[in-house]
Design a binder for this molecule. Structure first.
Ligand code: CA
Length: 225
């Protein structure tokens, strides 16, 4: 899990970084809204913890621009207690959840966990994205009336792409999560499974496609007709 923290108060930023790192999240930290936007626009994060009042570009505007750019990374907005009315504005602009400062570390982590689960839509034993439904118990991919069984690694790779629907999933994350950090799997392994999956999407006549961002990773989207 990779988390971006955008917080301009040095002590709070440091505390947030520590809380996340202890949970073995990979953390990137920036201290103003302009950097926050640049980093988050890469789409490589599983969640963004975004302060509301920030130098250069405020949190609301960062969230708005991310959503305008179709970056769907979940956003947890942090607000001071006296900014309560901004909470509603925060959710309107594309933030997924908010917390008032000061906050409890346990609650923060619980909310980040909830947000990172929410991408793609998990209903019962299925995960849906675009016109695809993945049956998690049967490793079966369904599109309309057609379905196909997936091999174990195909299933794991596609599950990551569907969970991060429309966001770029970095190759190194795919390797770490599917093959394991200790493995000597390389980019080629990922490419092979991506090509298997593309064939299966074509077989299903799915409108959902796997896009490539060169040297970075892959994303799932439904292109405009
Ligand atoms: Ca602030």
């Amino acid at each position: 899990m990779r988390i971006l923290i955008v917080e301009d108060e040095p002590h709070l930023a440091e505390a947030l970084g520590q809380i996340m790192s202890e949970q073995r999240y990979q953390v990137d930290m920036v201290h103003d809204g302009a950097d926050g936007l640049d980093y988050a626009l890469t789409g490589q994060y599983d969640a963004v913890v975004l302060d509301l009042m920030l130098p250069k570009v405020d949190g609301l505007e960062v969230a708005r621009r991310l959503r305008a750019a179709h970056v769907s990374t979940p956003i947890l907005m942090l607000t001071a207690r006296d900014e309560v009315s901004d909470k509603i504005a925060g959710l309107d602009c594309g933030a997924d959840d908010y917390m008032t400062k000061p906050f409890d570390a346990g609650e923060l982590l619980a909310r980040v966990r909830a947000l990172t689960r929410r991408q793609g839509e998990v209903i019962g034993n299925t995960l849906s994205a675009g016109d695809l439904t993945l049956r998690l118990d049967a490793r079966c991919l369904v599109c309309g009336d057609d379905s196909v069984r997936l091999g174990f690694k195909e299933f794991e790779v596609l599950r990551l792409l569907m969970a991060g629907f429309r966001s770029v999933v970095p190759k190194e994350d795919i390797i770490a999560k599917v093959w394991g950090l200790e493995s000597d799997a390389e980019d080629n392994n990922v490419e092979v499974y991506i090509s298997f999956l593309r064939k299966k999407l074509a077989f299903l006549h799915s409108r959902t496609v796997i896009g490539t961002v060169r040297k970075l990773g892959y994303f799932l989207e439904v292109p405009e007709p």
